[in-house]
Design a protein around this ligand. Sequence first.
Ligand code: BDP
Length: 597
Amino acid sequence: MLKPTPTPTRELVNLDGVWRFGIDSRLGEQPWAGPLESPLEAAVPASYNDLFTDAEIRDHVGWVYYQREVRVPRGWSDERILLRFDAATHAARVYVDDELVGEHIGGYTPFDIDLTERVQAGGAFRLTVAVSGELTNETIPPGKIEVGMTGKRTQTYFHDFYNYAGLARSVWLYSVPATRIDDVTVVTGFEGTTGQVEYRVEVIGDADVRVRLTDAAGAVVAEGSGAEGTLSVADVVLWKPGSAYLYQLTVEAVRGDEVLDSYPVAVGVRTVEVRGHEFLINGEPFYFTGFGKHEDAAVRGKGHDDAYMVHDFQLMEWSGANSFRTSHYPYAEEVLDFADRHGVVVIDETAAVGLNMGVVGGMSGTPPFPTFSEQYAGAATHAAHAQHLRELIGRDKNHPSVVMWCIANEPASNEDGAREYFEPLVDLARELDPTRPLTYSLVMFATFKNDQIVDLFDVVSMNRYYGWYIATGDLKTAEMYLQGDIQGWVERTGKPIMMTEYGADTQPGLHSVWDQAWTEEYQADLLEMYHRVFDRFPQFVGEQVWNFADFATSNGIHRVDGNKKGVFTRDRKPKSAAFALRRRWRGLDGRKPGSDA
Ligand code: BDP
């Protein structure tokens, strides 16, 4: 799915700003049929939950309404007119004036609605969007809605981060020509000093395709024609971690000399491969350093914010991180574009978090009923998961920064039914993208003895909390657990292994001379212990600390003002561990992880 981009043949109007806002319980029937009768206004992009002082809005379970007037540029009379939501979390119904014009389910992938037949160039219309943050056993991620003693509907879910909802990413009105480029897929490779850019273009309407590859200075380095082909790039400059280089593929739909549509795709020439126990980028072993992150900040919730994005990448670079995982959902496309431009490696994760009834059983991991059953993750969940995977790969397939898909976070891969659930999804992902390795993040109680799906995947990604949830405050015991655990996976799989989560909640400013949980010293010591163990295994290909920054969680007795496993606070101040990571990841300790130097 092509991101709306202004080109010589496409125009774009950004609809971000302050919209009228109300929750369904306070609005009349069919609130879209006129101006919203609500005194409230909400910022877009932002999750709505933390904008207001009213707890009923924050915890609202149901539909909320956003509304604004939209003017269509008058030059668009011969164009198709599309509306794009970069995300509506988790479901949306879109109304133009009094009419329902489209719906979408899935909170972290974009969708378009064609308004050409309903709006007029030079005219205006009332745009109303109903958004629901509800999670059920038919959604990804899953959740459960219960009605309590007071009659209030409450949402529970099986992940710890707060279930922010609303229009957290940009909204656009854009024009495209009737005959147009509908999709572009790029796959790159190289041999010696010659790069290859394989492309495939889908066109709507009757047109020929012409492509042109330009280098970073704008010089044409290759040209081609036809809907598919391979371009050769002499003296190719590769896209490398830490050293991004982007070409631009300009795709044109043409009839004779007339250019009907034009669309640019940023192309980084690089390869990704798993060979034996190595993860190779451009044929060279790559060792991931970095974090699991969240889209999370005060007030805006999961609202995309360019300032936070720039600053987060700065802090990652400062700490020596070369990568991150989009835990636990696809991030805004701006983030991937930024990673492409700055040579940061991304593990792109779906929103399938919480497919695990075992977490309800606490540390025993005993599920109250089977995870993979109609009661929880059944046929409807599976269909939603598959659709989400299609939308994710459709959106992100051309990003050089994305080197691996993570299909789920901590699913109950130890339970019966896991294989039947995951095998078709793995097949689907490989069909949609045969080029990138696949992984899933392994929950603690999915062990090398009882996991049922690891052979379907390319990389073993472990989430482990020895020294925190297990052997709390006892790093000696934790080290023995960790050593045995990794050893077990090495012997079982022979695949590359990485740690996609490890860490400790830490209250900034809390210090102790003892091994005391929650102190800054304990967080740093725990990470150091893990690193000592990782360095003993040549099969180890990476470490991503949980988490980059503290983040908001749902109400619960296990968290005080959110999850505090951040190496940075929620407002991005470093805890002591940040300096220790910087020393290790930048090689200031004398040795960079994953290198022989
Ligand atoms: C893991 C989850 C992650 C949590 C983390 C924690 O993958 O989302 O935030 O535990 O407990 O199980 O801090």
